[in-house]
Design a protein. Structure first.
Length: 490
């Protein structure tokens, strides 16, 4: 059996999943993820920029693969100042299996007392909580270095997306050996095992459609809104595997007392038990359960409000590159979006343009509600006030008029759906998009392409696609808003 750092990444990205390791080992086909390819390209650029800052180097990656280990050992003995893509390979007996283990860190940088091992990552938060796979990867590289040279590297560093060098303490290979044992056990499994699906967990996985369709066919309890991964596993291990079994085995009291793993301890399900059971009932019957009349303020007009942004792992800032608004109601307005510029001051330019649009809306409509889905808009309003200011108090006025439609929906209605994502609910209420391609990951990929190109016409075409997507997001929010406003408690 052969193992490499990519096996660790397979288990943890896009979210931790043992079944993904098993399916890839078995050679099952999976869907391509264009966004991942763009991330790889950005990561390579980040890596090469750092390489250019290190001075003369020896590139091991140009060698045929079978020669790279010997070339790496020779370069280390010769004390070459910088090695790019050094490669290590050892054979180890783990769980009674002879395993070939391969690893190739990005850099070895010679210091007076020895080599420092360094790996480039786009992520800005380098720790076990946010990116355990990164910590395990560099631990693997350090362990392979030690097994190859007889001594560990003098230090381990991760070149983070911030440009900082983050120190990682070497644990002597303990954590990575335990991880390799787990991966070997997964690959040795004769039969497919249970792994609960999850809306965000499965979102970008290449096996999503495969696993999701099987979960729907079986009525997997993991599809019930409010059933977290640990609860699904615990229920499954005790024989409660489907929604119907779940409803037959539990009531509000017994589910409230039921314990499942939560961090390092076991925790009761508690007060959310009743809502989880109602969600299961709703999914079983296919009918929504109205708890109360939705708390929607009565106004002549409403602003639909939606942002498109980049997470901090992909940009030097956690940046909003599009602030979309459109007034609906008695006196509807045109779609207006503030777009950040591509220059050094582009982020601030987008913010100022949004404040101007919002000020124009207030001047025409007064204190009209700004309707959004989930807390992304509020979080970023607060962030941008701190970043660029709010000299006229426009952002504060927007903040005071925010209406989170997700909160309104969840408080009022139990839906026969596995998720309260806007994309799921808009489909449920019958909203149809015109664009064939859309989604937050897709929009980020388009924006990255627009940022990287020097072709102004292509950039304009890419941004027009994102604008169309944002406009349809606003229309979808309005469609869900109207549907929600029509509901009344019995």
């Amino acid at each position: 059996m052969k193992l490499s750092a990519s096996d660790i990444v397979s288990r943890y990205r896009p979210d931790k999943c043992d079944l993904r390791v098993f399916l890839r080992h078995r050679g099952e086909a999976e869907a391509e993820d264009p966004f991942s390819e763009i991330l790889k390209r950005i990561g390579l650029r980040h890596e090469r920029d750092h390489l250019a800052s290190l001075g003369p180097y020896l590139d091991i990656s140009v060698e045929p693969f079978e020669n790279r280990r010997a070339k790496t050992v020779e370069a280390i003995r010769s004390r070459i100042p910088v090695l790019y893509q050094p490669t290590f390979e050892i054979t180890e007996k783990i769980l009674g299996v002879d395993v070939d283990i391969v690893g190739a860190p990005d850099f070895l940088v010679l210091q007076p007392s020895g080599y420092q091992l360094r790996d480039s990552k786009m992520s800005r938060r380098i720790d076990e909580k946010h990116h355990p796979e990164i910590i395990l990867q560099v631990q693997l590289y350090a362990w392979l270095f030690e097994r190859t040279t007889g001594a560990p590297p003098i230090g381990i560093q991760v070149h983070a997306g911030t440009g900082d060098l983050v120190e990682v303490a070497y644990d002597g290979g303990l954590s990575v050996r335990a991880e390799l044992e787990r991966i070997i056990a997964i690959k040795q499994s004769k039969d497919e095992f249970y792994e609960p699906v999850g809306w965000s967990k499965c979102d970008r996985c290449g096996f999503r459609d495969r696993c999701w369709s099987r979960a729907e066919e079986s009525g997997d309890v993991a599809l019930v809104s409010g059933v977290d991964q640990n609860l699904a596993r615990e229920l499954h291990s005790l024989g409660t595997r489907t929604r119907s079994e779940f409803l037959g085995n539990f009531d509000s009291r017994t589910l409230s007392e039921f314990r499942r793993p939560w961090g390092s301890r076991m925790q009761r399900v508690g007060n959310i038990a009743r809502r989880i059971l109602l969600s299961a009932e709703s999914m079983e019957s296919g009918r929504e359960i109205i708890l109360q009349t939705p708390a929607v303020p009565s106004c002549a007009n409403y602003v639909m409000f939606d942002l498109e942004g980049m997470p901090p792992s992909l940009d030097e800032l956690e940046k909003i590159y599009m602030w979309g608004t459109r007034v609906y109601g008695a006196s509807p307005g045109e779609f207006k979006a503030a777009v950040s510029g591509f220059g050094a001051d582009g982020d601030r330019e987008g913010w100022i343009a949004f404040l101007q649009i919002a000020q124009g809306i207030f001047e025409k409509y007064g204190d009209v509600p700004f309707v959004h889905w989930a807390d992304y808009e509020k979080t970023n309003l607060d962030r941008y006030v701190g970043r660029h200011g709010d000299p006229q108090g426009v952002a504060a006025r927007v903040n005071a008029n925010l209406l989170d439609l997700l909160d309104v929906c969840k408080e009022a209605i139990i839906l026969p759906l596995p998720s309260y994502s806007l994309k799921v609910i808009e489909d449920y209420v019958g909203f149809e998009r015109k664009a064939e391609e859309y989604g937050g990951q897709w929009a980020m990929a388009m924006f990255i392409e627009a940022t990287e190109t020097s072709d102004e016409e292509k950039r304009r075409e890419l941004m027009d696609k994102i604008l169309q997507y944002n406009e349809e997001d606003l229309a979808a929010t309005w469609a869900v808003f109207q549907w929600l406003r029509s509901k009344r408690a019995p």
